[in-house]
Design a protein. Sequence first.
Length: 541
Amino acid sequence: MKIISLRSLRTRVIISPFFSDQGLTKKAYLNALASSVDYGAHLLLSFIITPLLVLGLGDYSFGLWQIMGRMVSFLAPAGGRPTHALRSTLARHQSSTDYEQKRSYVGSTFIAWLFFLPGIGIAGGLLAWFSPQLLRVPLGQEWVVRVAAALLLVSLVITNWAAIPRAVLQGENQSYRRMGLSATMVFIGGAFTWIALYFKTGIIGIAAAALLSQILTGLFFFQVVRSFIPWYGVVWPRFDQAREFIGLTGWFLAWDSIQTLMLTSDVIVLGLFTSVEAVTPYTLTKSAPELLISMIAIITIGIAPGLGGILGSGDLKKAAQVRGEIMSVTWLISTSLGSTILLWNHAFINLWVGDSKYAGMIPNLLIVLMVSQLILIRNDASIIDLTLRLKQKVWMGALSLTISIIAASLLVGYFDFGIIGLCLGMMAGRSILSVGYPLLISHFLEIPISSQLRSIIRPLMVTCLIFGSMLITENSAKLTLWPGVRTWIGFFMYAGISGIIVLMISFFTGLTTRQRLSLLRRVEAMRARPQTKRNMIPPAE
């Protein structure tokens, strides 16, 4: 008979409730934890690989690689991204036991993927062929750029295919099933990149490494979904069902195109209207602020399937409450991490890749503000996705994107304001969505606009005060000269302590008592023990 020690039993009692999957809050926590593990793997890999890429490729080729990656990502929406529609549809119907219908959703997704495949092939071929002219590469390097672009295009097609089983896991609120294992795939992909750098294969080798990594990732997720989603399979839908799904995919395609341009157009505008070399300090300075986008996306991905189920049940009051909690957590993380980045980003860049790669204090501030604005926009955009009513969202996003690119191009190209003009132009155009999307949410969830306006005054004031304090401190203290931050250990210690302090200040000054209690209850719900079968029996009426 197996004997369990008292210490082992005690450890299981303490830890196991955090990893049980009972209830929407617990599943949201587990999904977010799984995404956090994956993101931590990506972050660690990027931390290690990026300096090697800069060293191995040089400033010009590294900037060229960054721009090519963004240009090819423009084509991602051309693939239709039917997985967005699949994820949101399954989230709305996750409680349904009509498995045949769910399989038909998967079948519709494959049909949509095939439907959009010729478009991405033609667009990608044109981009690969003309990319040397667009990027003004030196003579003799044209075919290097074309081959690398073609490999990135194939990798993109594989990514869209591999996203189908991943979308099923997300829609069924079971993303946590791949916890830890998918992080291993990240490091395997990093090993491929390191091999390409070691053998000095240039951007072609790095693109080939990315392709191989995507193939293995797709096979991995296919195996995971087969293991944990019993109903998973493909049923070819009726013509009218497929047409309806492709129509919904079209709206997701339009939004995905807009979102992709939002995330990547800044680098393209800067590279086209200044120089390829100017992209390097901008992207490196933006590396830490981009952490905010990914961290909030982790939270949103974890909560979205459960919120989709709530919307599907018609409980708008509870949906509005969950949305409020999402925005509270978003503000808390954005303010605490954003202020920490304002204080320590210069020291981080100095340690990581050298002081010359830091864009400057004002660009650093504007990048943090631009990223924070985008995070809030994407939060509401994700919630609107779950309503499956995308028309107004898409048209509003198209207008915002157009104004952003025009304003940024003028400020960078005509007025020569560089990174500062780029950030100001982007924020000016996105302000349309900062106002418009909350109005749409008010309509969909029946939230009074006045309550939304009242709720932003206090957090906004606290954010301004904290950000201002960080700027003054960073400018006067000259933190890069401190002996303690000249090593990674000292840097992370100082940054961690200051981040915790700002987090506590933000929590007690920026949130109301009701908001604080609500978040604490969510934390307690993560720790709550799973109910026994007897407790799960509903009381007699």
